[in-house]
Design a protein around this ligand. Structure first.
Ligand SMILES: NC(=O)c1ccc[n+]([C@@H]2O[C@H](COP(=O)([O-])OP(=O)(O)OC[C@H]3O[C@@H](n4cnc5c(N)ncnc54)[C@H](O)[C@@H]3O)[C@@H](O)[C@H]2O)c1
Length: 276
């Protein structure tokens, strides 16, 4: 696990393809930190118009730090994307602030708890599905209405190779749902000029989370179950390391761009050789 962590707020990403997103209007969800922030940074540096959407108001600071880095408009919007209403308002705001909508990167998600399945309570299972499946379902629903009307568009969903991971069955089920909806929606979208693709990241190094996913491990058992996840993640990658935020943002941006115009319905593993 020796790779550098990746860009901080406002910093120039390691790789930039100038003008790649010029004239394109993009929503990035979960853009206040982590992979979503790295994607929004790269698109802003590559001259796209970007609406950074997140439940946390931290997203306002991130957007402010990117306002002058490229030729496009950069704005922030706070919404809870676990609700249909939040997703519809995010899409409407993008059309209003950016003028139109061409690309949606659905990045909200993440394991909240780490434990064997029998130790999850019913409300915890529901919360995992709401966090890691519903934001993508709602955003795809809201975006498809716009894209079919516009005669085209691109959806990039952020899934996970943890569909084959230990100690997070509800999260695995949610991300399996993301993979299924990616393939099924691509079938419906293709006749309308709409591409629907996904990446499946492996373990990714990031600065300590400002916005926490949940309560964190509590007690020896939960610490051990969390360590089992880390060990399995490293072991199942051929490269025996975590990836970086740059290494996740790069394939997401490629798939979002016109360079990937012949790719749809595909989930690309980005996990050092782990296919999930
Ligand atoms: N980090 C990893 O190691 C890793 C590995 C595999 C897959 N992934 C996937 O990549 C994506 C990003 O992961 P990350 O680690 O960068 O995430 P993170 O937990 O660091 O950040 C998630 C962001 O989403 C926002 N968010 C959460 N719930 C929301 C909601 N209901 N509405 C709006 N915003 C909400 C949070 O405020 C936060 O800014 C997730 O889908 C995750 O499942 C991450």
């Amino acid at each position: 696990m020796s790779a550098p962590v990746g860009p901080g707020t406002g910093e120039r990403p390691r790789h930039v393809t100038p003008e790649r997103f010029f004239g394109q209007s993009v929503i990035v969800t979960g853009a206040a930190q982590g992979i979503g922030r790295a994607v929004a940074q790269r698109i802003a540096y590559e001259d796209g118009n970007v609406l950074l959407v997140d439940r946390s108001p931290v997203v306002e600071e991130v957007a402010a730090s990117l306002r002058d880095v490229g030729a496009g408009t950069v704005a922030a919007f706070t919404a809870d994307l676990e609700t249909c209403d939040g997703a519809e308002r995010a899409v409407a705001t993008a059309e209003e602030v950016l003028g139109t909508l061409d690309i949606v990167v659905n990045n909200v998600g993440g394991t909240i708890w780490a434990k064997p399945y029998e130790h999850y309570s019913a409300p915890e299972i529901e919360q995992e599905i709401r966090r890691s499946l519903f934001p993508t379902l709602w955003m795809c629903h809201a975006a498809m209405a716009v894209f079919t009307g516009n005669g085209g568009g691109t959806v990039v969903n952020v899934s996970s190779v943890a569909t084959s991971g230990v100690n997070r069955v509800p999260y695995a089920a949610a991300k399996g749902g993301v993979n299924a909806l990616t393939r099924a929606l691509a079938l419906e979208g293709a006749p309308h000029g709409i591409r629907v693709v996904a990446t499946a990241p492996g373990g990714t190094l990031a600065p300590e989370r400002v916005i926490r996913r949940g309560p964190g491990p509590d007690g020896e058992d939960e610490e051990r179950w969390y360590r089992q996840i880390v060990d399995q993640t490293v072991d199942s990658s051929l490269m025996k390391r975590y990836g970086t935020l740059d290494e996740q943002a790069a394939p997401i941006c490629f798939l979002a761009s016109e360079e990937a115009s012949y790719i749809t319905g595909t989930v690309v593993p980005v996990a050092g050789g782990d296919r999930g």
